[in-house]
Design a binder for this molecule. Structure first.
Ligand code: ADP
Length: 354
């Protein structure tokens, strides 16, 4: 169920062509994240005036917020080629050594999901980042020798959704770390207006705000919801007498499409709502253990924990307590229910990892 969710922040196959067309190409086009943008701007100007590769950069933050986009912008602003790979794609240290030794001077190596790099590759990266060198091991066992190989100066751009999982020796080798935060609704509205223009759509301002408010702080979701509203308007426009221009998206198109795809006004989808509903209706708001909750929803424990719960907790609809999951006052009210007395005081217990 999680793979085909409309509101998943993870990249899905359906996004690939569309995202390519909608990606901002310059730092000026990149919406929001002002602090990170300013910092990168300074970093780039300094590197340009020195005429050398920029420092290694670590981009951290949840999926869909623009890490890949920023890496591509860095390459285009520096007018350097970029090589894209990811932690899980590198299964042996040798894979990484091969990539590193084929880089050209000044090239950017974008390493997505760097926290999933295998340990031996990570160790090889330390030397590469610091001394622009790899030691190629020839032979096996006691007779093995390490032949040092000089690398061109390159810029590593690492991206991670889990900065906390990076070992500190790796983290410390980045000259600059940027953390991307969820976007404000007004910034998502700007993303939607920009994307609509690129897709040659006109969109009513109310529709923009409607989609922005349901996009869970994530540009990737905003763009995806916009495409679904466009699909809806296209189908609606072929409907005979009441037909309107297919490329004109109205507020009622947005409302109808989002209702059809079951994304509610706060961005909760069917899975999120069924978790919250089970918590409230079956367990009277908890506390209840995660696996019991998952069984009640008919989902895998991992799905509830990794897919629905982070969003529900982050937005204050439910909370984790040492005794189990509980629905918050906001959670009760979101489902149109009155919370029982004392719900607010349940928060006095500190929540682990919440
Ligand atoms: P990540 O690498 O963090 O998962 P991406 O860089 O692939 O996210 O961004 C997903 C999509 O969201 C991009 O294709 C782009 O269209 C859009 N996007 C992300 N950040 C921005 C932004 N700041 N301004 C406009 N569009 C953005």
């Amino acid at each position: 169920m999680s793979d085909d969710r409309l509101v998943t922040p993870e990249f899905s196959q359906d996004d690939s062509a569309a995202e390519h067309a909608l990606r901002p190409k310059t730092l000026d086009d990149f919406i929001g994240q002002h602090r990170v943008r300013d910092q990168i701007d300074v970093l780039l100007s300094a590197a340009r005036s020195r005429g050398s590769a920029a420092d290694h950069i670590l981009l951290s933050g949840p999926p869909g917020l623009g890490k890949t986009t920023l890496a591509l912008i860095l390459a285009s602003e520096m007018q350097t080629p970029i090589r894209i790979t990811s932690g899980p794609a590198i299964t042996h240290a040798g894979d990484l050594a091969a990539i590193l030794s084929s880089l050209v001077e000044g090239e950017i190596l974008f390493l997505d999901e760097i926290h999933r790099l295998p340990r031996p590759a990570e160790e090889l990266l330390y030397l590469a980042m610091e001394d622009f060198r790899v030691d190629v091991v020839v032979g096996k066992g006691p007779g093995a020798t390490a032949i040092p190989l000089q690398l061109p100066r390159f810029t590593l751009v690492g991206a991670t959704t889990r900065a906390g999982l990076l070992p500190s020796p790796l983290r410390d080798r980045f000259g600059f770390t940027a953390h991307l935060d969820f976007y404000e609704s007004s910034e998502l509205a700007e993303v939607i207006r920009r994307s609509a223009a690129l897709l040659q759509l006109t969109i009513e301002e109310e529709a923009v705000l409607e989609v922005a408010g349901r996009s869970r702080g994530t540009p990737r979701i905003a763009n995806r919801l916009l495409r679904r509203v466009r699909d809806y308007a296209q189908v609606r426009s072929s409907g005979g007498a009441s037909a309107k221009a297919a490329n004109a998206l109205t507020h009622s198109d947005a409302m109808a499409a989002l209702e059809m795809y079951e994304v509610d006004e706060k961005g909760l989808d069917r899975l999120d709502r069924s978790v919250l509903t089970a918590l409230i209706e079956r367990f009277n708001g908890g506390p209840v253990g995660l696996s019991t909750l998952a069984i009640a929803v008919g989902e895998e424990t991992e799905t509830v924990e990794a897919v629905a719960e982070p969003f529900l907790v982050r937005n204050g609809f439910m909370a984790r307590t040492p005794r189990g999951r509980i629905a918050t006052e906001l959670g009760w009210r979101h489902l149109g229910r009155t919370p029982p007395a004392g719900v607010a005081t349940l928060f006095d217990t500190p929540a682990p990892n919440a």
